[in-house]
Design a protein around this ligand. Structure first.
Ligand code: BES
Ligand code: ZN
Length: 622
């Protein structure tokens, strides 16, 4: 029996025992969150009013946050919030109709968690108001000088709160277990516009003062803000795109199929509950492909490939409107509840909009990425859908495991129960838990009652437990097969066997996915003249498609093909998307090119987001 198998059984025994207990309603109201100081089991923040000025010179937000409280424990005399690098000027409490200053203390600073902010609550306190200012080093904000934007004339600022960075720009209960509504008044330099993840005045007037209202309760990681010289293009009635002027028309064209995605999503999983779905295209230093900020999805400009080949990221962020934003993971131990469901929904929508073949190609590519990554994850516990009770950093939980293993778990259920049963089940799940933060056990209970018990004998409970709690790849993992990819594999094999000139490979009509399959499947020890032959036939080193360029650079570094050096340098300086740059720096370090990597990084670092800087500092320090 293998070690992995032993762990699996041990885990199953423990969790089967745990599940035999009666359903635990408490879990839903106050789960443990080891990444938050907040005492949300005693006092809960229900609403936040922000009043902030955006100070570009100082790289700071300054103003106040007014928090409306709900006492869970009537005896509680203190409110504990999360904060990180905030300067707190004063705190007031509203009790018996009067605002009065109240004592507060900041705890010791932890490099990951920041500082607790403990506020004394006089009796009958209903609100507290905190006057504060952010630090130029706030981990959740990125400040770009005019020369770091495409327009070159105006500065730009944007937030990235997930996972635990909202606390660096507002004092709050920074845990996905707590949901609150918010309103904000944001003052900016007169020539810029401010946007937030909320409803807003859309009068189009640039007057330096903007009002926002988010009437649906959201977790803190979905609070977002951006300020810049932005233009807007409408795509359809409730969908549009904001971007710097240089790219706004290209963005509107690239994302023109978003209304079809919306229709597919609503047909499968019920109404879109957030009003508008706008997209904000950020400068290239945005560290992610996309971020599902409600009503205002943030996207990297690297998706604008000109041929709509990377739009699955739009489908992904839109899918979060159901999986993640509407039904939210209560802790960062179970990001699969957000990302796994979302990746599944994304792929279902891609199937409707672009056809089954493309959806299957994306499944195959995702699965290969998951399996490849598993080998490098040292702690087997981090390969389970439900992560261990303690681990170092919540961002580390976001490997391919929650995304792809989560997606394949959903695909497994879909295949077992059939779409006739599984689709309505999922739709009712999104409805049942709408605007709640839930744990895996809440999901499990709902699954058992509404799918498993209604269709007895289809799937054993132990199989479900293995999917959720055991490490590795479950035996019941679906194996999607793509005929298009089989053909790509044949072509690659024939070319490698030496009987074809690359120009004659019949690649003219290939879509991005076929190129990725082709490149990823090349052997690591490809000969230099083979690298050169492909590059001169297809200009892969200078591909305008960021995914293709990335795949080619990874393969070239592995094989020692040095023609990529200059294009790679340009790529690393231009693009700040973590998914690409972390792996490229890692590979440079692994292949003995750390000195060159450090040289490029020195130039590129000021353009990277603080989250990316911290990560790459680590990669290159090892
Ligand atoms: N919510 C994530 C981005 C994220 C994860 C930010 C963890 C901070 C911490 C977003 O929805 C996402 O998954 N983006 C992916 C896109 C995708 C299609 C897998 C990305 O950025 O690559
Ligand atoms: Zn996601």
């Amino acid at each position: 029996m293998t070690f992995l198998r032993l762990i699996t059984i041990a885990v199953l025994v423990v969790f089967t025992a745990a599940c035999a207990e009666p359903p635990d309603q408490q879990t839903r109201s106050a789960p443990e969150d080891i990444f938050s100081y907040a005492n949300f089991d005693q006092v809960t923040v229900r609403h936040i009013d922000l009043d902030l000025e955006v100070l570009f010179e100082e790289k700071a937000l300054e103003g106040s946050a007014e928090l409306t409280l709900e006492m869970v424990d009537g005896e509680a005399s203190q409110l504990v919030l999360d904060s990180r690098d905030l300067t707190i000027y004063a705190v007031e409490a509203l009790a018996a109709g009067l605002w009065r200053e109240t004592p507060f203390t900041l705890g010791q600073r932890d490099p990951l968690l920041g500082q607790s902010l403990t506020i004394d609550l006089p009796e009958e306190t209903s609100k507290v108001r905190i006057f504060y200012r952010t630090s130029p080093e706030a981990s959740g904000l990125m400040w770009l000088a005019p020369e770091q934007t495409a327009g070159g004339k105006h500065p730009f600022m944007f937030s990235q709160s997930q996972t635990i960075h909202a606390r660096s720009w507002a004092p709050l209960q920074d845990t996905p277990a707590v949901r609150f509504t918010y309103r904000a008044t944001i003052r900016t330099p007169a020539e810029l516009i401010a946007l937030m993840s909320s409803a807003q005045d859309r009068d189009g007037v640039r007057d330096g003062e903007y009002f926002f209202d988010m009437p649906q309760a959201i977790p803190s990681y979905l609070m977002a803000i951006a300020v810049g010289d932005l233009e807007f293009r409408e795509i359809s009635g409730n969908i549009g795109v904001y971007a710097e002027s240089y790219i706004v028309d290209a963005a509107a064209e690239e994302f023109s199929e978003t209304p079809l995605m919306m229709a597919a999503n609503e047909a499968l999983y019920g109404p879109y509950r957030w009003g508008r779905f706008d997209i904000l295209v950020l400068p290239p230093s945005f560290p992610f492909g996309g971020m599902e900020n409600p009503r205002l999805t943030f996207l990297t400009p690297t998706l604008i490939a000109g041929d709509k080949s990377l739009t699955n990221v739009v489908a992904h962020e839109l899918a979060h409107s159901w999986a993640g934003n509407q039904v939210t993971n209560a802790t960062w131990r179970e990001p699969w509840l957000n990302e796994g469901f979302t990746s599944y929904v994304e792929n279902r929508v891609m199937e409707v909009v672009y056809g089954r073949e493309r959806a299957v190609m994306e499944q195959v590519l995702s699965k290969a990425g998951w399996l490849a990554e598993l080998a490098g994850i040292e702690d087997p516990a981090m390969t389970a859908l439900v992560l261990p009770a303690e681990f170092a950093n919540p961002d580390e939980g976001f490997s391919n495991v929650p995304y792809v293993k989560g997606q394949f778990f959903m695909m497994f259920l879909e295949e077992a129960y059939g779409r006739e049963a599984f689709d309505p089940f999922l739709k009712s799940y999104f409805d049942h838990f709408a605007f709640q933060s839930i744990t895996t056990e809440d999901f499990l209970e709902y699954l058992k009652e509404n799918l498993m018990d209604k269709n007895p004998g289809v799937v054993e409970q132990t199989v479900i437990m293995e999917w959720l709690y055991a490490p590795g790849v479950p035996a019941t993992t679906p194996s999607p097969a793509s005929e298009v990819f089989d053909r790509v594999d044949e072509i690659r094999a024939a070319w490698l066997a030496g009987d074809l000139d690359p120009a004659g490979l019949g690649t003219d009509a290939w879509i991005t996915h076929e190129w990725l399959r082709f490149i990823n499947g090349l052997p690591g020890d490809l000969a230099m003249d083979q690298f050169r032959a492909l590059d001169s036939a297809f200009a892969l080193s200078v591909s305008a498609n960021a995914e293709i360029a990335f795949a080619w650079y990874m393969k070239s570094l592995e094989g020692g093909y040095d023609k990529v050096t200059e294009p790679l340098r340009a790529f690393l300086i231009r693009v700040g998307r973590g998914k690409f740059i972390y792996r490229l720096y890692e590979r440079l370090a692994e292949t003995g090119q750390k000195d060159w990597a450090l040289e490029v990084y020195k130039e590129a670092r000021p353009g990277y987001h603080p989250i990316a800087q911290a990560r790459i500092d680590g990669i290159l320090a090892e």
